[in-house]
Write a protein of this length. Structure first.
Length: 257
């Protein structure tokens, strides 16, 4: 005899498998959280870099706005402090960072009285300008130009410099030696010369006559220009008397009556 099964009992488990929905959901949730954390970790260094760049830009802009605060000038005797500052283009105390040493040097070198210039930048907006100037030897009466130690002739429309005046023409074969002789004179002696005349005679074609600011006269030949550096010693010996000092053919002083 076959055993009878209860109605519907055989169909209960046919074709059906257990569904594990709760396990799949938990697994997917953990994966999404890991992805989000990875994205956040990748963005963090980018944000740091961007913030750092912004700080650097702002800092750079602030530094570029810091002006030149102190200007030190060394070596200028002919040009005034204000003239040098204006030539350098820093009279308005512009940006210390954006004003280059090269630009300042180029501006100063435009003046023919400048022989050499050095620019140094220091801390706290400090700028030091050191110059070497050409010496002004005399002024030519025929064209009003200043003659420098390298024989360069410079316009002086305002007659701003008080120097001796060359009254007449000096032949080209004497001119170089004359300029060389003036170069050998001390600056303190040159300032005591008021006027110069080329005054040759039959015995001496190299003779010059110098009119001194104290009222004395000096006859001088090209080979004896350096003797004029002792002019102040001569003045002490003559005791303030006025006359003519002969340094051409001899060394004597003639008192004027």
């Amino acid at each position: 005899m076959k055993k009878k099964e209860k109605k519907g009992q055989g169909k209960k488990n046919i074709g059906k498998k257990p569904i594990e929905n709760h396990k799949t959901t938990n697994s997917t949730g953990k994966s999404e959280k890991k992805v989000k954390k990875k994205i956040k970790l990748k963005l963090l260094p980018i944000m740091i870099v961007i913030i750092a760049l912004i700080i650097l830009v702002l800092l750079g802009k602030y530094i570029s706005l810091i002006p030149i605060k102190n200007i030190y000038l060394v070596g200028n005797q002919v040009l005034s402090d204000q003239q040098l500052i204006e030539l350098a283009g820093i009279e308005d105390y512009p940006s210390f960072l954006l004003t280059s040493s090269k630009k300042m040097k180029k501006g100063i070198e435009k003046n023919p009285l400048i022989a050499d210039v050095k620019i140094q930048k220091g801390f706290f907006g400090k700028v030091t300008i050191t110059v070497k100037e050409h010496e002004i030897l005399f002024r030519k009466q025929d064209n009003g130009k200043l003659v420098l130690d390298d024989q360069t002739e410079v316009d002086d429309e305002d007659s701003a410099y008080s120097v001796s005046l060359l009254l007449n023409y000096v032949p080209s074969n004497k001119y170089d030696a004359f300029v060389s002789g003036m170069n050998k004179l001390k600056a303190s002696v040159r300032t005591q010369i008021s006027e110069i005349t080329y005054d040759p005679n039959e015995q001496d074609k190299d003779r010059f006559l110098l009119y001194m600011t104290d009222g004395n006269y000096v006859y001088l030949t090209l080979t004896k220009f350096t003797q004029l550096n002792y002019y102040e010693d001569v003045l002490e010996k003559i005791g303030g008397q006025k006359g003519i000092l002969y340094l051409d053919s001899g060394n004597h002083f003639q008192i004027m009556e």
